[in-house]
Ligand binder design. Structure first.
Ligand SMILES: [Zn+2]
Ligand SMILES: [Zn+2]
Length: 649
C-alpha cells in the first residue's frame, strides 16, 4: 500500500500502482468526470499514471490553471488531427497552451488557411472530439522516433528530437493522429465540447527570422458550449473597454516612440487621476503608521551587486549608465528595496523603532522586449506604491493583518468586490533552494495563513510557489468581465536583510536581524489604472474622476456667471471645466457625455437671474435646480459617498 497526501493535508492509503483516476473515483463519480489531469509530487501528469510510492496528489479540474493548460494543450493535438485530415501533407512544429487557449505552428505544405476556413476546422475538431478517442502514451527509443519522422519527411519533428535524450521520448496518439510530446493530456477528446479558431498569423520557425515562416493557428476550447459563448461575449465587451483605446479617448495617457517604447506619458487628466489615487493611499498609509521616503531613480551598480539583482537580472536589464569618471557605473533602479535597506542602515536601530514602515511611490525601470509591451499593463517604466516593513519575526503576523486591511480597503474603495488570495509556500518536498532558517519560515508560513484566515480571505495555497527568499500572499481580483488580475502583493524576505547585514538592537541588548516585508496594494499605478479603466469602462467613481463636473453655459451671454460658479466649485476642491466653445448646448452635453464627465451644470438665462444652477447627472438625468451652496453640498456628499473611512472595515 502507498500513502497519498491530498491538498487538504489528509492522507489515504491506496494499492501500489493506483492512478490519480482511481483516487478520483474513490472520492466521487462527479469528480472523476471532471478531473483533467493530476499533480503528483508537484508534477503535472496523465490521470492514468501509476503511483508506485507515497506521493502528494492534487486532482486538477477546469478550475485549476494547470488543468486548463492541459485541456488546451490536448486541444492543440485535436486541432492538429483536424488539420491533418483537412490539409493533407501539413507538418507540425509545436503546439503549446497559452493564457487563453492554444496555438499550433504548422507548415501548410503550400496550402492557404484563412478566416473562411475556421468554421470547417472547428466542425472537424468537434466531429473528432465526439469519437471520444483516448490520448494514449507510448515511450519510444530515440532512433525509432527519428526513423518514424524520417519516413514521414518531417524535418520539424526531427529537429525537436535532436534536443531530446534517449529514454525520455514519448508519443501520444488520439484517433488517427500521433504526435511527439512529453504530455500530459486529458484522458480523451470527448471532454472537449466547444471549439473556436481565433486567429491565424505567420511565425518564424524557432522564432528566428532567418528561418522559414510557419502558419500559427490560434484556437480555444471549452468543456461546455455555454462557456465558449460567455467567453466570446466577454471578448467583445473587452474590446470596447480596452484601456489603450479608452485611455486615448479620455485623454489620459499616450506613448511616443521618440520618448521610447513602453514609457507612458501621462496627460493632464491621467496625471490628475494618478494624483488622486496616490493621495488616497497616502492618507490611508499615514493612518497605518507608514513613513514616507524618497529615493533617486538610479543607484550605484554596487548597490545591486549587494542586493543580488545584478547577478540575477543584470544581463536582461537596462545596462549600466557610465559617468566621465573611470569605473563609475549606475543602474536605473529595477526596485526600491535596496535603497530602502540603506535607509534602514543609515543609523543604528532599536527594537523600539520596529516595525519600521518606509513607503515610497517609487518609479522603477525594467527592460521588457518590445514585443512584450502592452499598453499600461506591460511597460518599461512604472511607479510602484511600494513600502518595506522592517520588523521582528514575531511581528510578521500582525503586520500581515494590517497590510491585508489596507489592501482590502483599497479594493473596497475602488469597487473591486470579487477578490481572492493566493498563499505561496515552500515546496513540500525539496526545501534546499530556500534561504533563511527553517524555524523562521515555519513561523512566517503559519503567520500568513492565520492572518489570511482571520481576515476572512478566500485563499488558495500553492506549495512550491514561494520565492526563494520568503513566502508571499498575492491578491487576485476579478474585473467586471470576470477576468482575473493579480494586483497587490505582500512578501516576506529573509534574504535582503542578510545581504545588507541589517541589524537592530533588541530588548536583550543583543544584535538581531530584522525580517523585511515588501508590499504594494496597487502593484503598480500603471497596471492598476489600466485595470481600473477596463473594470469601470472609464466611468470612474466621482472622487477619482479627473473631471467631476462640466459647466455648460447655453450661450456666451452667461459666460461670466458660469465662470463665477466654476470658481466657487474650485474653491471647494471640486474639479472640472467650463465649456467656452461657441457650440450649441446639445453638442456640449454630448461631448461631456463622451468624456464621461459624471455631473453637468447647465447655465442659461433663468439660472443666471435666480442665481442658481441646473444639474444633470450621468445615469440619473436632470436633477433640477440648486443654489450654488446646495450644489456644493450635494457634490461633496456624492464625492465622499464612495470612499469608505479607513479602519472601519
Ligand atoms: Zn501533447
Ligand atoms: Zn521590495
Amino acid at each position: 500500500m502507498i500513502n497519498i497526501i491530498l491538498p487538504d493535508g489528509s492522507s489515504r492509503q491506496f494499492e501500489k500502482g493506483s492512478t490519480p483516476m482511481d483516487v478520483a473515483l474513490s472520492i466521487s463519480e462527479g469528480l472523476a468526470r471532471n478531473v483533467l489531469a493530476a499533480k503528483i509530487n508537484g508534477q503535472v501528469r496523465d490521470l492514468n499514471t501509476p503511483m508506485e510510492e507515497d506521493s502528494s496528489l492534487q486532482l486538477l479540474t477546469w478550475n485549476d490553471t494547470d488543468g486548463k493548460s492541459t485541456f488546451w494543450h490536448s486541444s492543440a493535438h485535436l486541432m492538429a488531427e483536424a488539420l491533418e485530415s483537412l490539409y493533407p501533407g501539413v507538418k507540425f512544429w509545436v503546439g503549446p497552451p497559452v493564457e487563453n487557449g492554444f496555438y499550433y505552428d504548422i507548415d501548410t505544405n503550400g496550402q492557404v488557411i484563412s478566416h473562411e476556413d475556421f468554421k470547417r476546422i472547428e466542425d472537424k475538431m468537434l466531429e473528432l472530439a465526439r469519437q471520444k478517442n483516448d490520448f494514449v502514451r507510448t515511450p519510444m527509443p530515440k532512433a525509432e522516433a527519428i526513423r518514424y519522422y524520417e519516413e514521414k519527411g518531417d524535418e520539424y519533428k526531427i529537429d525537436l528530437l535532436q534536443n531530446l535524450e534517449d529514454g525520455q521520448i514519448t508519443f501520444y496518439k488520439q484517433g488517427n493522429f500521433t504526435d511527439l510530446c512529453r504530455g500530459p493530456h486529458i484522458p480523451n477528446t470527448g471532454i472537449i465540447k466547444a471549439a473556436k479558431i481565433m486567429n491565424v498569423a505567420g511565425a518564424y520557425f524557432k522564432g528566428d527570422q532567418n528561418n522559414k515562416v510557419l502558419t500559427r493557428i490560434y484556437g480555444i476550447t471549452f468543456p461546455k458550449q455555454k462557456e465558449l459563448e460567455e467567453y466570446l461575449t466577454i471578448l467583445e465587451e473587452a474590446k470596447k473597454r480596452d484601456h489603450r483605446k479608452l485611455g486615448q479617448e479620455l485623454d489620459l495617457f499616450t506613448f511616443s516612440d521618440k520618448v521610447g517604447k513602453g514609457l507612458p506619458l501621462w496627460l493632464p487628466k491621467g496625471a490628475m487621476l494618478r494624483e488622486r489615487l496616490e493621495n488616497f493611499l497616502r492618507k490611508a498609509q499615514i493612518r497605518s503608521g507608514y513613513l514616507p521616503v524618497v529615493t533617486p531613480h538610479i543607484g550605484s551598480k554596487l548597490l545591486y551587486e549587494t542586493s543580488g539583482h545584478w547577478e540575477k537580472y543584470g544581463a536582461d536589464s537596462f545596462q549600466p549608465i557610465r559617468t566621465p569618471e573611470e569605473g563609475e557605473e549606475f543602474m536605473l533602479k529595477p526596485m526600491n528595496c535596496p535603497h530602502h535597506c540603506e535607509i534602514f542602515k543609515s543609523r543604528p536601530r532599536s527594537y523600539r523603532e520596529l516595525p519600521l514602515r518606509l513607503a515610497e511611490f517609487g518609479t522603477v525601470y525594467r527592460y521588457e522586449q518590445s514585443g512584450e509591451l502592452h499598453g499600461l499593463t506591460r511597460v518599461r517604466g512604472f511607479t510602484q506604491d511600494d513600502a518595506h516593513i522592517f520588523c521582528s519575526t514575531d511581528q510578521v503576523e500582525d503586520e500581515f493583518k494590517k497590510v491585508i486591511d489596507l489592501v482590502l480597503y483599497v479594493f473596497k474603495s475602488l469597487g473591486f468586490e470579487d477578490y481572492s488570495a493566493q498563499v505561496s509556500l515552500r515546496s513540500l518536498e525539496d526545501r534546499s533552494k530556500y534561504i533563511g532558517a527553517n524555524e523562521d519560515w515555519e513561523k512566517a508560513e503559519a503567520a500568513i495563513q492565520r492572518a489570511a484566515q482571520e481576515k476572512g480571505l478566500k485563499t488558495v495555497i500553492e506549495y512550491g510557489e514561494a520565492a526563494f527568499y520568503g513566502p508571499k500572499l498575492d491578491f487576485m481580483v476579478k474585473d467586471a468581465l470576470g477576468r482575473k488580475w493579480q494586483l497587490g502583493t505582500i512578501q516576506v524576505d529573509y534574504q535582503l536583510p542578510n545581504r545588507f547585514s541589517l541589524e537592530y538592537i533588541g530588548a536583550d541588548n543583543q544584535k538581531h536581524r530584522p525580517v523585511m516585508i515588501h508590499r504594494a496594494p496597487f502593484g503598480s499605478l500603471e497596471r492598476f489604472i489600466a485595470i481600473l479603466i477596463e473594470n469601470t469602462a472609464g466611468n470612474f467613481p466621482l472622487w477619482l474622476s479627473p473631471e467631476q463636473i462640466a459647466v455648460l453655459p447655453i450661450s456666451e451671454k452667461y459666460e461670466d456667471y458660469a465662470n463665477d460658479v466654476f470658481l466657487a466649485l474650485q474653491e471647494q476642491d471640486i474639479r472640472g471645466y467650463v465649456d467656452h466653445r461657441a457650440e450649441k448646448i446639445g453638442r456640449k452635453i454630448r461631448d461631456a457625455e463622451v468624456s464621461k464627465v459624471p455631473i453637468m451644470i447647465i447655465i442659461g438665462e433663468k439660472e443666471q437671474e435666480e442665481n442658481k444652477v441646473s444639474v444633470r447627472k450621468k445615469g440619473e438625468g436632470d436633477l433640477g435646480s440648486f443654489t450654488i451652496e446646495e450644489f456644493v453640498k450635494y457634490a461633496q456628499q456624492e464625492i465622499n459617498k464612495n470612499i469608505p473611512k479607513f479602519g472601519n472595515n
